[in-house]
Design a protein around this ligand. Structure first.
Ligand code: CA
Length: 262
């Protein structure tokens, strides 16, 4: 068996892990935040067998820094940590890294810890002492979930994707349907075309004439009211007025601009 340290790259050195598995290993990065060195190295050794690239942090603050620096496939987080405890760290990470699966480790078997671990946004937990087989199985399950989430996210953000997600808004071109905060918005055909054009160009300002050209397929003086009335109906359906915030902004003297985060 390898020495435990071969399974991890130290957070401070940043040196890649010199192991024959690396060439064929899928690009899966796991962050382990654990202050007990023996346990951290044991975890790293067994997770690197999945295979995965494992990075260690030995306290809550450096764990937070590393967690926010990279796009992790999974994070293993001890609850009892110096600096910043694992529960508070978990809650912080959940607010900014919503889709990264987090497995919590706790030395105390009290039910409260287990419940808290999940309430604080963790996806799963293990009570110490745990079997390494169990650890591998749990992390494998999280990595599978992470891969599925990533495929969905990547599809939603790809330039030619039929589904676009902009803040609270989700638009599906193939189904010609749109949702705001999960509630479907019923749109007339031209309203949908207009919305689809806007979500493809967040932050860009378009004149009424440009919108006529791009969305209606013709540009003609005197048809500005057509654009205005469609924009007004679209705004109303997106809840722009009700929410006191807006997806579609009027740029005075020019036209309109769509903002992804109203
Ligand atoms: Ca600990």
């Amino acid at each position: 068996m390898n020495q435990p340290t071969t399974g991890a790259r130290a957070a401070t050195s940043g040196a890649p892990r010199p192991t024959p598995l690396q060439a064929s290993a899928p690009n899966r990065d796991i962050l382990v935040v654990e202050d007990e060195r023996d346990i951290a190295e044991l975890i790293a050794l067994h997770l690197s067998d999945l295979p995965a690239q494992v990075t260690l942090a030995s306290d809550g603050l450096s764990g937070r820094e590393l967690a926010l620096q990279d796009r992790w496939h999974a994070i293993v987080l001890d609850i009892g940590l110096p600096g910043l405890n694992g529960l508070d760290l978990c809650r912080e990470l959940r607010a900014s890294l919503q889709s990264v699966p987090i497995l919590m480790l706790t030395a105390r078997s009290a039910e409260l810890d287990r419940v808290l671990g999940l309430e604080f946004g963790a996806d799963d937990y293990l009570t110490k002492p745990f079997s390494v087989i169990e650890l591998q199985a749990r992390v494998k399950a999280l990595l599978r979930r992470s891969a599925i989430t990533r495929v969905a996210q990547d599809a939603a953000s790809a330039p030619n994707s039929p589904v676009v997600v902009r803040g609270k808004l989700r638009v599906d071109r193939l189904q010609r349907r749109a949702w705001v905060s999960g509630s479907e918005v019923t749109l007339a055909p031209r309203e949908f075309d207009l919305l689809w054009y806007f979500v493809q160009h967040p932050g860009c300002v378009f004149t009424r004439s440009e919108l006529l050209d791009e969305v209606w397929g013709y540009s003609h003086d005197g048809y500005d009211h057509t654009v205005n009335s469609h924009i007004n109906r679209l705004r109303s359906k997106l809840g722009d007025e009700r929410n006191g915030s807006a997806f579609i902004h009027t740029v005075w003297g020019v036209g309109y601009r769509f903002e992804a985060e109203p």
